[in-house]
Design a protein around this ligand. Structure first.
Ligand SMILES: [Zn+2]
Ligand SMILES: [Zn+2]
Length: 250
């Protein structure tokens, strides 16, 4: 059994109750954070995840709403006295961008800073990335305005959860999500490099997942019911609009 916790569900336009889309995925050996558009420390505290059990950070692509929180997050962990190394997984250009940001912040002068390890993910469909926190992690390139990876996490029993990151509908996402218990898919709308709720439902149907959770949807509450209806028109299983702090056991 594993858990997926929504730390944020917004696009690059946060609202009072929704921050940039970010997840925590928890296995038997701890948890990882996926995407980091803002410092997730408050959100982790709200859902009871202790940073001592943080095993790694995954970054799907180099857009501010997915990476801008890395430097303040590392700074917080440093000030909290972390000593354990922290691997950060992502495409080469994403890690280079993050390291550039950290260099601007002169992080080499943070006395006693714990080791941070860059772990490059190759942009190959279905590539196995690592085993971490009791989870097997797979990645696949998806279709967005910058190089982007979607991710799949498999627990010890084989159950899986997949996260689309930002993407247009694509076959690699269908394959990566194949048979998953949970698909967390973006639903930004009808824009280049993004997906509508109906298309996210179609991806969920083709992949044969059990449950669909929409994230990265715009801040227009008047449309929420319609978006749910649109996704339910293309996918028969349970569909929800993710809210910050939601916890899914899978
Ligand atoms: Zn985004
Ligand atoms: Zn993006």
């Amino acid at each position: 059994m594993a858990r997926l916790i929504l730390l944020g569900t917004a696009t690059a336009v946060p609202t009072p109750d929704r921050g940039p889309t970010s997840l925590a995925v928890e296995g038997e050996g701890g948890f990882v954070v996926v995407d980091c558009g803002e410092n997730p420390l408050r959100h982790l505290a709200h859902v009871g995840l202790k940073v001592e059990r943080l095993r790694g950070l995954f970054l799907t692509h180099f857009h501010p709403d997915h990476v801008a929180g890395v430097a303040p997050f590392l700074q917080s962990l440093w000030l909290l006295g972390r000593t354990a190394p922290l691997p950060i997984f992502g495409l080469r250009e994403v890690l280079e961008g993050v390291w550039d940001l950290l260099t601007l912040f002169r992080w080499e002068s943070w006395e006693g800073m714990f080791p941070v390890e860059p772990m490059v993910i190759r942009p190959e469909a279905g590539t196995k990335v690592t085993e971490i926190a009791g989870l097997r992690v797979f990645a696949a390139p998806v279709v967005h305005s910058r190089p982007t990876l979607a991710l799949r996490f498999e627990a010890a029993g084989g159950e899986a959860a997949a996260y689309s990151a930002d993407t247009a509908p694509c076959e690699t996402m269908v394959e990566l999500a194949r048979g998953a218990s949970l698909l967390v898919h973006e639903a930004t709308g009808d824009f280049p490099g993004h997906t509508t709720p109906a298309q996210a439902g179609e991806i969920a149907r083709q992949a044969g997942v059990k449950r669909l959770v929409l994230v990265h949807y715009p801040p227009f509450p008047d449309h929420y019911d319609r978006w749910l209806e649109e996704a339910r028109a293309t996918f028969e299983g349970p569909v929800s609009l993710g809210r910050d702090g939601d916890v899914y056991v899978w």
